[in-house]
Design a protein around this ligand. Structure first.
Ligand SMILES: [Zn+2]
Length: 137
């Protein structure tokens, strides 16, 4: 059977959510390069993320499901400042290891290093960390 690349993910959790949703709909999905990314997140960009692969015959349906899922997730994010849903997850440049990041790591722990993506509000330009999504209504 022919498998094609459906989408690629920068993190393990996102990739597994997509896989779980697809399999719920009866679509077989496997994650390529999963091990590389999980062991060393810094390599994620080098290998192009975790690749979600599906059978060619399922690709269109799978894509529709993921598009729907993305819409749902977007709806769940609300700007804490102005209440807008016009939020996009943007990457911030990975900070160089310098005295400043060393200090924030000391005070904030691993959390400080985990943030290299933030939610950006296009209405009030407020930026806030990508926290756990609120539970579905
Ligand atoms: Zn806002």
């Amino acid at each position: 059977m022919d498998f094609i690349l459906l989408n690629s993910y920068n993190n393990y959790v996102e990739a597994h959510i997509a896989k779980g949703v697809l399999e719920e709909q009866g679509i077989k999905c496997w994650l390529k390069d999963e091990n590389t990314v999980t062991i060393d997140p810094i390599l994620t960009n080098a290998v192009g993320g975790i690749k979600a692969m599906v059978a060619k015959a399922d690709a269109q349906k799978a894509w529709d499901i993921l598009t729907e899922l993305k819409k749902e997730q977007k709806k769940a994010v609300v700007c804490p400042k102005c209440g807008s849903h016009n939020i996009e997850l943007v990457s911030t440049p990975r900070k160089a290891v310098n005295w400043l990041s060393a200090i924030s790591t000391f005070f904030l722990g691993d959390y400080a290093l985990a943030i290299d993506k933030v939610n950006h509000c296009f209405d009030c330009r407020h930026e806030f960390p990508d926290t756990e999504q609120s539970p579905p209504e």
